[in-house]
Design a protein around this ligand. Structure first.
Ligand SMILES: *Cc1c(COP(=O)(O)O)cnc(C)c1O
Length: 356
């Protein structure tokens, strides 16, 4: 069988979840949207089931998969519903929707619900993606508080630059949040992973760790708390061919890489159809037999090429790690001009194996 696969370490996932809880002392929603950032939502949810305070997903489709698997914890729908017809199922499955725009408010007020809903009312504290403005928020809160279709209200907002501590933006957003919610009694949820790790003043009652659960730092620099994370996904394959190539020869599509010296070039069973970024330039690191070398030549659909010249003991069949323990996905991502989130979410075709 083709050797490309992802090995998912579920004990590392639990370690990272507990780190989110111990750093904050809050209840923590495990964000398992987008198939748990490519790690397998059902497997990750099952691994966390005994410990987790709740889950967060982007939409009802993702929540129902968890309910069908028997998970009874709270599940927050981070964008609420997209059509009013979903409300009936949201009620039946006791999902906790975010309400972030006036259309949803109207849907809720007109709905005929079998039981009241736990609503997370979204404030736009400055990211300007979803949520009610600070000016209108208190009145909407009061309006929902008096509505018999609402069982409880939780304040939620989201930071746009919590991963960039020096910008001042998070302080501004926190200030806006405090002003807009002044006097509104109820639990609050502000922080994603970057907030959990770097903003102790922004933890509220519920935190929403996503990327940190999967062991990847949201920061583009070494951040002390983030060093305690353990990588969950190891993307691995093997060398399937080796060639001795003279100096001055082009490798692969478009002849992007030309050998500067007589070179041993290894071919690895991993390509962009597996989710490895096609944009990874020459020099993007890989580990072969645990040793660093790099991509040489354009990534193709099923294969990529690496320089083995300085690793004479490695060759046909040598294990290759594309990211995971020993090679941070964030470092690979930054070479490819993206973030680890996208690398994980793009994972495709490769079988996922689990260890616990
Ligand atoms: C995806 C998401 C999160 C998780 O963000 P990370 O940066 O992965 O921790 C938290 N809150 C909301 C609203 C989200 O959409």
């Amino acid at each position: 069988m083709r050797p490309a696969h992802a090995l998912i370490d579920l004990s590392a996932l639990r370690h990272n979840y507990h780190l989110a809880r111990s750093l904050t002392g809050c209840r923590a929603l495990a964000v398992v949207k987008a198939n748990a950032y490519g790690h397998g939502a059902l497997e990750c949810a099952a691994a966390l089931a005994d410990d987790v305070d709740g889950f967060a997903v982007s939409a009802i489709e993702e929540a129902l998969v968890l309910r069908e698997a028997g998970h009874r914890q709270p599940i927050v729908l981070l964008e609420g519903w997209f059509e009013a017809a979903e409300l009936e199922l949201i009620c039946r499955h006791e999902l906790w929707p975010v309400v972030h725009h006036h259309g949803q408010l109207a849907d809720l007020e007109q709905a005929d619900l079998r039981q009241p809903l736990h609503v997370w009312l979204k404030l736009d504290s400055g990211m300007h993606r979803t949520g009610f403005s600070a000016g209108e928020y208190p009145a909407i809160w009061q309006r929902l508080q008096g509505n018999s279709k609402v069982a409880s209200l939780t304040k939620i907002t989201h930071f746009s630059r919590a991963d960039e501590p020096e910008t001042g933006r998070t302080e501004q957003q926190m200030e806006t949040f405090l002003q807009a919610t002044d006097g509104l009694q109820g639990p609050a949820s502000l922080s994603n992973s970057a907030g959990v790790l770097a903003w102790p003043g922004a933890h509220g009652d519920w935190v929403r760790p996503g990327i940190m659960l999967y062991g990847s730092s949201p920061f583009g620099f070494e951040q002390p708390q983030a060093t305690q994370l353990r990588p969950v996904m190891q993307l691995d394959s093997r060398v399937i061919a080796v060639h001795q190539i003279a100096a001055g020869e082009p490798i692969g599509y478009g002849s992007r890489f030309v050998t500067q010296r007589p070179s041993r070039i290894g071919v690895v069973a991993m390509g962009y159809a597996d989710g490895y970024p096609r944009h990874a330039p020459d020099g993007t690191p890989v580990l072969v037999d645990g040793q660093r070398t790099c991509i040489s030549g354009r990534v193709s659909m099923d294969m990529l090429t690496i320089d083995l010249t300085d690793l004479p003991a490695s060759g046909l069949g040598s294990p290759v790690r594309l990211w995971g323990e020993g090679l941070d996905a964030g470092e690979v991502a930054s070479h490819a001009g993206t973030i680890s989130y996208q690398l994980f979410c793009n994972l495709n075709r490769v079988p996922r194996h689990y260890r616990d």
